[in-house]
Design a protein around this ligand. Sequence first.
Ligand code: 5GP
Ligand code: ZN
Length: 150
Amino acid sequence: MSNSPQSDPSCLFCKISDGRIPSQRIYADDFCTAFLDINPVNHGHVLIVPRHHHKDITELPSEVASQVAKVLPILAKAVVRATGADGFNVIINNGAVAGQTIFHGHWHIIPRFHDDSVNWPWPHSDYSGDQIHQIAFAIERELRSIQDLS
Ligand code: 5GP
Ligand code: ZN
């Protein structure tokens, strides 16, 4: 369970969610809002932002996560139709090391075009020996201790 405040007065996305800072909003419900990223990777780049302050998605109450999961495919379909995109990426940056710059968890929907100049995909590595079993075992053990999948 998260101890996050409902709104952090110093948080940009709280201010945008509250309407204290303007944004080009495309969607809103009781749990989240969606608006255009001000510096888009491609035009039509949308951010889905929970209304209340949670620093990243591991802090989200399940009802908020559920609502985002429900609306995300619909928003993505609208983005693709509106932009004529050939596809899209859904990205979540969690933590500075992963590229998060606004510490109010959020989802990116980035429309993609065959001729765009986005440097993607990222490189892949591999496992050797028993590594894949060990990491799977460690994750499953943590899941059992969290037990928040209901
Ligand atoms: P992050 O790097 O944290 O995953 O994503 C933050 C995103 O917020 C960036 O893509 C950035 O362009 C966007 N952003 C930063 N400031 C503003 C703003 O004032 N308004 C809007 N609409 N987007 C912003
Ligand atoms: Zn916030």
